[in-house]
Write a new protein. Structure first.
Length: 132
């Protein structure tokens, strides 16, 4: 069943409330010769396989996800052609990227309203593997 404009507006308003106070800035690092750094704001980040707060240890626990983090980027994000990694920092400099957690992109897809015949979707979902 297709969504009318009222339902789309309702979904977008709910997503805005969900995102409120949960967004952060990440840096896309690209290039094979000169390295470039591009800060992207308004991103949602979710870690997988991490020990949750209040848990002393997870001896014997197995992570069931084949990725370490899930990142949701705004639909207006343009990915560089030679993307090397994504750093979890708000500062787009070489020194800040070196100190930050760095991740390799495993998969990126368009998701959200408009996916399919009606459009390309309104955000990116990126699956990441942490670089040690």
């Amino acid at each position: 069943m297709p969504l009318d404009s009222r339902k789309v507006a309702h979904i977008e308003a709910n997503r805005a409330r969900i995102r409120e106070g949960r967004t952060e800035t990440v840096v896309l690092v690209s290039g094979t010769g000169p390295v470039t750094y591009q800060a992207i704001t308004d991103c949602l980040w979710q870690d997988f396989g991490q020990v949750p707060a209040g848990v002393a240890n997870r001896a014997g626990a197995v992570t069931r996800k084949p990725w370490d983090a899930l990142l949701v980027l705004p639909g207006s994000t343009s990915f560089p052609a030679r993307l090397i990694l994504i750093a979890r920092t708000a500062t787009a400099t070489a020194a800040a990227v070196q100190r930050a957690e760095r991740y390799r992109v495993l998969d990126r897809i368009r998701i959200g309203l408009g996916v399919g015949a009606t459009g390309p979707g309104n955000r990116w979902q990126v699956k990441l593997r942490r670089l040690k």
